[in-house]
Ligand binder design. Structure first.
Ligand SMILES: [Fe+2]
Ligand SMILES: [Fe+2]
Length: 203
C-alpha cells in the first residue's frame, strides 16, 4: 500500500505554477487525499495518490479548463496507461476533471476525496499565503496590505456560508474548513487587518 509509483515527471510541473498551486500545494493535497482514502477508500489509496498528484497539472495550459486539460493529460499518459487498468485510469481522470469547487460535480468517492483534499488547508496562515501568492501573480500592482485584504475577502467569499468552497463531502473536511477559514472570515467582518497581516506573515 505504501509503495506508490514514481510520479516525478508530473510533480516537476508544479514548480512553474503560482504560489497557490506550487509544490507545497500538491504535496499537502496528496497527503490529505491519502489520509482520507485510507479511511473511506482503503482498496484504492494508490488511486488517490495518483489523482492528487496530477489534479492541477492542467495548469500548464492556464487556469481556464485546467481540470479538463489535466484529465486529458492523465488519460494520454503512457506511464499511467501501463500502471493502471482502463477503468482505474478513467476513475483517476474523472476525479481530476471534477476537482474544482466551482465546476466540479464529484460523484465517486475518489473524486470527493480529491475535491475535499484540494480545499482543506492546514492553517489560516497557510491559506492566506496561498491566496496572496495567487494575488501577487494575477494582481501584481497591489500593495502588500491590499494583497492581504484581497486574499481574505476572496477566502471569505469562497469558503463562507454562501461560497462554493464550503461544500465538502467528509465530516473531517468541514471541521478543518471551519477551523481554517472561520478566523479569517471573522477578521474580514470586523475589519481586523492586523490579525490578517500577522497570520499571513508568520510561519
Ligand atoms: Fe485546481
Ligand atoms: Fe489544487
Amino acid at each position: 500500500m505504501s509503495d506508490f509509483p514514481d510520479l516525478s515527471q508530473f510533480e516537476a510541473l508544479y514548480h512553474q505554477f503560482d504560489g497557490g498551486h506550487g509544490v507545497d500545494h500538491v504535496t499537502r493535497v496528496r497527503k490529505l487525499a491519502v489520509k482520507l482514502a485510507k479511511k473511506y477508500l482503503p482498496e484504492k489509496v494508490h488511486l488517490a495518490y495518483i489523482a492528487a498528484t496530477l489534479h492541477d497539472i492542467g495548469l500548464v495550459h492556464g487556469r481556464k479548463d485546467h481540470e479538463l486539460n489535466g484529465a486529458k493529460m492523465a488519460r494520454e499518459s503512457e506511464q499511467l496507461q501501463q500502471l493502471l487498468s482502463k477503468s482505474e485510469l478513467a476513475e483517476v481522470a474523472d476525479a481530476i476533471a471534477n476537482h474544482r469547487a466551482s465546476t466540479g460535480k464529484p460523484k465517486t468517492i475518489l473524486a470527493k476525496i480529491i475535491s475535499d483534499a484540494d480545499k482543506v488547508s492546514d492553517n489560516p496562515g497557510e491559506a492566506m499565503r496561498r491566496a496572496v501568492g495567487y494575488g501577487k501573480k494575477h494582481y501584481p500592482d497591489l500593495s502588500i496590505e491590499e494583497q492581504i485584504w484581497r486574499a481574505a475577502v476572496h477566502l471569505k467569499e469562497k469558503f463562507g456560508p454562501e461560497g462554493t468552497g464550503n461544500r465538502t463531502y467528509f465530516p473531517e473536511s468541514s471541521r478543518a474548513l471551519q477551523k481554517t477559514y472561520g478566523l479569517i472570515i471573522k477578521a474580514v467582518d470586523s475589519n481586523d487587518h492586523s490579525y490578517l497581516k500577522k497570520i499571513t506573515q508568520s510561519e
